[in-house]
Design a protein around this ligand. Structure first.
Ligand code: ADP
Length: 424
């Protein structure tokens, strides 16, 4: 230890004090006093490690003084200097555990020095023990806090998991209904066909059979859309969903999609308009996925619009970005629901939909596909007035090599029928 220990020496004889002073002054920080009162004063002001006290003091015996000290300063080590005649007091004090060493008068200098050194060793041991206990206590507090934090994190995770499980259960209940509906129509129609075959009325029912075949077709597309969405949604979740990026004129891609649904929207009494601020903008995109995104948004716009409404599709060149928006003046979305419409399996405000069908996969899938292409999607909507979905895509290009590798054939007509299959 580089700092000297504080040694308090109490003796009423000045000569004794002087000789003790000579012995110890180099090794310790000395406090020399002639009476108990002064001793208490020193104890109050300094951090005394060891006390060397004479048994025979005018105010009180050294052993009595040590009794008090043990209570007030339990970590201070006490050495008593006493003659043989005071042995009975000394023994009592030793038995009470107050004294560390007892030095007889006249003392042996070597013994005295050793006793003081050992007393300081004990004192520093006690001090470091105390420090360790304190450190242990604070380490314990840190550990407890960490454990509390971790428990809270686990509880939050558990909570999220429970919610996810609940929403998945809800999703399965929804999806089974959605799967069963077209399947029931197909089954019932097939049963009808079989009945017509058995009773020989097939020929005379030709007209209605053509309608039934059309219904089977529509319901098959509906099933296809649903299954595609479920499969893609889980592919995205597990990271197996792949994009085939190639350089395409995004204006043409979107305009083609709008043109291909125009007849359908008109048949629903809706007017669809396409607009753009440029004729050509080549960007790296996956046309099949762009079609998926835009058709999904148009399909929703149709679903949530009223007769005679308008759907406005626009592509804007914004330099480093391209903005594709699909706007309708249909039923709109309530503010409180705006945030969750992109959540997987969430379908909001069923009462507001023109039909209560749906799985709530559509927009979450659109969002994921947009994000996979490095873009983002936003919605602006006013309840009762309409909605606008804005997709922003980066306007970068891919190398020719990529383009050849990833180009894909599109089966336009069929995919449109599949995407729009849940609109009646
Ligand atoms: P679903 O596949 O069930 O249609 P989506 O994820 O496509 O689900 O849409 C989620 C919900 O967002 C819909 O149930 C509907 O309440 C709301 N929504 C989506 N698009 C529109 C829109 N254009 N107008 C009004 N509400 C919409």
């Amino acid at each position: 230890m580089d700092t000297k220990g504080d040694l308090l020496i109490i003796d009423d004889e000045i000569e004794v004090l002087n000789s003790l002073k000579r012995f110890f002054r180099k090794e310790y920080e000395l406090h020399i006093v002639q009476n108990i009162k002064e001793a208490f004063e020193v104890l109050r002001k300094s951090n005394v490690g060891v006390i060397l006290c004479d048994q025979r003091m005018p105010e009180m015996k050294g052993t009595e003084f040590f009794k008090v000290i043990k209570k007030l300063y339990p970590d201070t080590i006490l050495i008593l200097i006493a003659g043989y005649s005071e042995l009975s007091d000394v023994i009592m004090s030793i038995n009470e555990g107050n004294i560390f060493r007892y030095i007889t008068k006249p003392w042996n200098l070597f013994d005295l020095k050793n006793a003081v050194r050992e007393a300081f060793e004990k004192n520093s041991l006690i001090k470091s023990n105390l420090i360790m206990v304190e450190e242990l206590k604070s380490a314990n507090i840190i550990l407890e806090n960490k454990a509390r934090e971790r428990t809270q994190q686990l509880e939050e995770k558990n909570d999220k998991l429970q919610k996810l499980l609940a929403s998945q259960e809800e999703f399965i209940a929804n999806i089974s209904h959605e799967l069963k509906t077209p399947l029931n129509v197909i089954c019932a129609t097939v049963q009808l066909f079989s009945m017509y075959c058995n009773n020989g009325s097939l020929d005379e029912r030709k007209d209605s059979i053509i309608k039934y075949i059309d219904s089977i077709k529509k319901n098959t597309y509906r099933l296809s859309k649903l299954i595609n969405n479920i499969v893609d949604s889980s592919k995205i979740k597990s990271g197996f969903f792949k994009l085939s990026l190639s350089n395409n004129n995004i204006i043409e891609v979107v305009e083609d999609i709008v043109t291909s649904v125009t007849d359908f929207t008109e048949s629903k009494g809706l007017n669809i308009i396409f607009d753009t601020n440029v004729e050509e903008k080549i960007i790296a995109c996956d046309p099949e996925k762009i079609e998926r995104i835009v058709l999904n948004l148009i399909s929703n716009a149709i679903k949530f619009s009223n007769f005679d409404n308008e759907i406005f599709v626009e592509v804007k060149d914004k330099g480093e970005f391209v903005e594709i928006s699909v706007e309708d003046n249909g039923i709109g979305i309530e503010k409180k629901n705006l945030k969750m419409i992109f959540d997987r399996f969430k379908q909001v405000g069923e009462a507001l939909s023109r039909n209560g069908e749906g799985t709530g996969i559509g927009l979450s899938l659109v969002k994921s596909i947009v994000e996979l292409q490095g873009g983002s999607i936003e919605v602006e909507s006013e309840f009762g007035k309409g909605s606008k979905f804005i997709v922003t895509l980066p306007a970068r290009r891919v190398s020719q090599e990529n383009m050849l590798l990833s180009s894909k054939m599109r089966n336009g007509k069929e995919s449109i029928q599949v995407e729009l299959s849940d609109i009646y």
